[in-house]
Ligand binder design. Structure first.
Ligand code: HEM
Length: 150
């Protein structure tokens, strides 16, 4: 029971950090900015990467170890949609992560023009992240399971 509570708590806290990191990148990465700001966005990317690992780990534990039986989720297409969207977020974030890693070093005052593709990748990540709690709430209540059983 206590394990369950701690894991749920960590799932939420890591989601908050994930949202804060991507929102921070969304606010920084636009137009032409200094190299110092690119470095700041890259540090947010590290927070993002750590939070992704914790969200995934605590999600897997809730699916397979604590709480309801694994089949409660495995048999629900809403859960599969949630997992797929999480994978999509991960894939979309590869481009900004690689870009930030390559462009973080240099003169702090130097100006860097952020490619439109980076701006849009971060927007898409945010949009998908905001859909996830809806899917989570539905699946937690078993909404979607009859779709497979009918
Ligand atoms: C950005 C990513 C994610 C967000 C925003 C998110 C959001 C949430 C939220 C809001 C809940 C609580 C639902 C409720 O009690 O009504 C939850 C629970 C849960 N999440 Fe996630 N989640 C994410 C990623 C994942 C991943 C990757 C997995 C699986 C590997 C996962 C598996 C679960 C499970 C099994 C529960 C328990 C549901 C229940 O109480 O029955 N989540 N998630």
């Amino acid at each position: 029971m206590t394990d369950d509570l701690i894991i749920r708590y960590l799932h939420f806290v890591s989601i908050f950090i994930l949202v804060a990191a991507v929102l921070g990148q969304h606010l920084i990465l636009r137009g032409t900015i200094t190299r110092a700001l690119v470095g700041k966005a890259q540090r947010l990317d590290i927070a993002y990467a750590i939070s992704v690992v914790v969200v995934l780990g605590t999600g897997l534990l809730q699916w397979l170890v604590v709480g309801k039986p694994a089949d409660f989720y495995s048999s629900n297409p809403v859960f599969h949609t949630k997992l797929t969207l999480f994978l999509v977020i991960g894939l979309v974030s590869v481009y900004p992560s690689v870009y930030l890693g390559k462009n973080r070093k240099g003169e702090p005052e130097e100006l860097v023009t952020i490619p439109r593709g980076i701006v849009w990748s971060v927007r898409v990540e945010l949009l998908i992240i905001f859909l996830m709690p809806l899917l989570a709430t539905l699946m937690a209540r078993g909404i979607g399971i009859p779709l497979l059983k009918e």
